[in-house]
Ligand binder design. Structure first.
Ligand code: GLU
Length: 279
């Protein structure tokens, strides 16, 4: 099987050293196996993504010496694919509409009879549709109010049965997606979510080795469940440690001096970047 890896940034800022590390690892994993390397632009967050950052990502990666397949898939152009996956899950009875905003949910969940657990994406939401009387739900739907689509986690897990994955660095993993609660698969403002789009795209693009940062390790629990429900192939996973600065803080888009653009303009070479990230 041809090893296929990808680098999948969201164009919400300039790439920094942490991104370079991740892209170089994914590219290297494909190259050393004579495989394919894909760049995917994850631009579903319409409010935060900018065209200038898409151009900058390609410019920086080319400068680093990476080559990737073209055309580059942009998630914003493939909403039909995500819709089809949602329809399939809906047909299985696993989705419900959630009209409540984060604020409304937080208020409902902090009511005395609730004990909200903290999940990787904030307070765990379960059966959010039952927090609102059916009449109010119908009224909001009739009034054209936007809603998110959430996965009925317990039913989804029962349907999928046990799922897990093999992680290069962390070994065999049993997925426990219930810690996320009824995860959002389509947002109010975007007819998909990160979790759904990533899983659909990785399968459609034949990505079978996912090399990405440890910050996304938790998300893999949800991704494996979605793959099982949608009968998609199981990729191998390699979650690499996150690079940190001298003070031990993760690199972030706010660290302007450590963007690839700033480093290039300061006279650093692609070899310097590899040395800086230890590759
Ligand atoms: N788009 C995600 C990000 O920029 C990464 C997606 C992934 O590697 O699964 O954090």
């Amino acid at each position: 099987m041809t090893v296929t890896t990808r680098f999948a940034p969201s164009p919400t800022g300039l790439l920094h050293l942490g991104h370079a590390y991740s892209a170089l690892l994914a590219h290297g994993a494909a190259q050393s196996a004579g495989g394919r390397f894909i760049l995917r632009i994850e631009d579903i967050d319409f409010g935060r993504c900018r065209e200038e950052f898409v151009d900058a990502i390609e410019e920086d990666l080319a400068w680093l010496g990476l080559e990737w397949e073209r055309p580059v898939r942009r998630q914003s152009e493939h909403m039909d694919d995500y819709r089809a996956a949602l329809d399939r899950l809906d047909g299985m009875g696993l989705l419900y509409r959630c009209f409540l905003s984060r604020k409304e949910l937080d208020a409902a969940l902090s009511a005395p009879h609730h004990q909200p657990m903290q999940g990787p994406e904030g307070p765990v939401v379960v059966d959010a549709d039952r927090l609102m009387p059916a009449g109010e739900r119908d009224g909001r739907l009739a009034g054209g109010e936007p809603f998110a689509l959430r996965l009925r986690m317990a039913e989804a897990m029962a349907k999928a049965g046990p799922v897990g994955w093999t992680d290069d660095r962390h070994g065999e993993q049993a997925a426990t997606p219930e810690v996320f609660g009824d995860v959002v698969l389509a947002r109010k403002d975007t007819p998909t979510s990160y979790h759904l789009a990533v899983v659909v795209d990785d399968a459609l693009q034949g990505v079978n080795r996912i090399v990405r940062g440890e910050d996304l390790f938790q998300a893999t629990h949800v991704h494996r469940l979605l793959q099982a429900l949608l009968e998609l192939p199981v990729p191998g996973y390699s979650h690499h440690p996150l690079l940190t600065d001298a003070e031990g803080r993760r690199y972030a888009k706010r660290d302007r001096s450590l963007t690839l653009r700033a480093l290039r303009e300061a006279g650093r070479t692609p070899d310097d970047i590899r040395a800086m990230v230890g590759l």
